[in-house]
Design a protein around this ligand. Sequence first.
Ligand code: NDP
Length: 391
Amino acid sequence: MRKVSIFGATGSVGQNTVDLIARDPDSYDVVALTGGANIALLAQDAKRLNADIAITAYDSRLEELRAALAGTGIEAAAGQAALIEAGARPVNWVMSAIVGAAGLAPGLEALKQGATLALANKETLVCAGKLVLDTARKHNARLLPVDSEHSAIFQALVGEDMAAVERIIITASGGAFRDWPLDALEHASLAEASSHPNWDMGQRITIDSASMFNKALEVIETREFFGVDPSQIEVIIHPESMVHSLVGFRDGALMAHLGAPDMRHAIGYALHWPDRRDLPVARLDLAQLGQLNFKAPEDARYPALRLAYDVMDRGGLSGAVFNAAKERALDAFIAERIGFLDMARVVEQVLDRFEANPGLIDAQMTLDNVTQTDHLARQWADEAMAQRAGR
Ligand code: NDP
C-alpha cells in the first residue's frame, strides 16, 4: 500500500484527488488530509479515506473539527505549525493542492522527507523555484506536475532530450473575457469574472484565468520546472481547452497532449506515474469536435502575461513579490474594492517599488526571506490600493 497525503483536500483539485483515491481504497494508506474553512467536508473525507490525521489551517476551527471526528480515532489538528508537521509525516506521495503561497512550506517539508510531491500549487515554484528544486535534489525527492499544462509538457517530454527542445507552447482558454470588447474590461464584475467557459475550478483560479494571472504563474512555473529560457515559452489561446500544451523540437515537430478538460487526467497521471492506469475521464470524440482553434493573446487584454516575462527577466525573489501582490489584489477584487484591470496595475506598481530596492529582491532564496518578501509585497499592495482609492 502506498502512503499518501492530500494538502488542500477540500478544494477543487483536492476533491478530484480524493475521488481517485476513494475508487481504489486497497491501494492507499491515507496519512494526512488538510483543509481550511470547510470543516464538514474535511471530516467527511478523513472518515471516508480513514486518514490518520485531519488538519484545518485555522486554529479557531479546531474544536469544530475535533467534534466532527469524535469517536473515529482520527487525530485533529489546526494551524500553520500543524500543516508543516503534516508535511513532515513520512509518505510516498503528497498532493500539494493548497491555494496560494500557503502551500509552499508544507510542500517543502514533504520534499525533505523524500516524498514525491504532486504539484498543483503553482505558487510553490513561482515564489521559491530554486529553493524547492534544490530541496528536492538534496533529499532525492521527486516533483511531478499536476497543472494540466505542465502535465501535458511533462508527458510530451518523456524519452526526449531537453537539448532538442526549441519551444514550449502553453495553451490558455482565454478565460471569461476572451471575446469581450477591450473597453468593457474595466467594469467587469466579480460574478462575470468567476465563471469559466471550460473548466470547473475554485473561484480564485477562475478569476485568475480571466485576467491570465493564472497563465502568467504557469509561464514562470514552466521556466522553473523545465529549466528553459523565457524566450522559449509561448502562450496561445485555445478556446476549446482540449490541447493542454505542446512542445516544439528542433526538427520542427510539435508534440501535443489532448484530452477532455478534467483535472483527473493530470492528477491521475501524477498518482500512477510512471505507469498509466484507467481513469474515469471522458474520451475525446475528434470527429464530433470537428475543429480546434488557436489565436495569439492580446497584450492589452492580458497585461499579467507581460509582467510574467518581466519577473523572469528580473529573477531573484520577484516571483514571490509578483504572487503576493497578485493574491492581495485578487482579495481586493473579490471584496469588490478594486476593478478587474486594477489588479494588474497594483501588481506592476509593487514590482516597480521592489525594483527600486534591489537589495530586497536579490536577497538569498531561503524560506524566511521568501516569507518576509511575501509579507512586504502584500503590505505594499495594500498601500498601492489605498493610494488608488484616495485619488
Ligand atoms: P480551491 O480554492 O478550490 O482549494 C484550495 C484548498 O486550499 C482548499 O482545501 C482550502 O480549504 C485550502 N486553503 C485555503 N486557504 C488556505 C490556507 N491559508 N492555508 C491552508 N489551506 C488553505 O483551489 P484549487 O483546488 O482550485 O487550486 C489549488 C491549487 O491548485 C492552486 O494553486 C491552483 O492554482 C492549482 N491548480 C488548480 C486547478 C483547478 O482545476 N482548480 C488546476 C491546476 C492547478 P477550504 O476550502 O476548506 O477553505
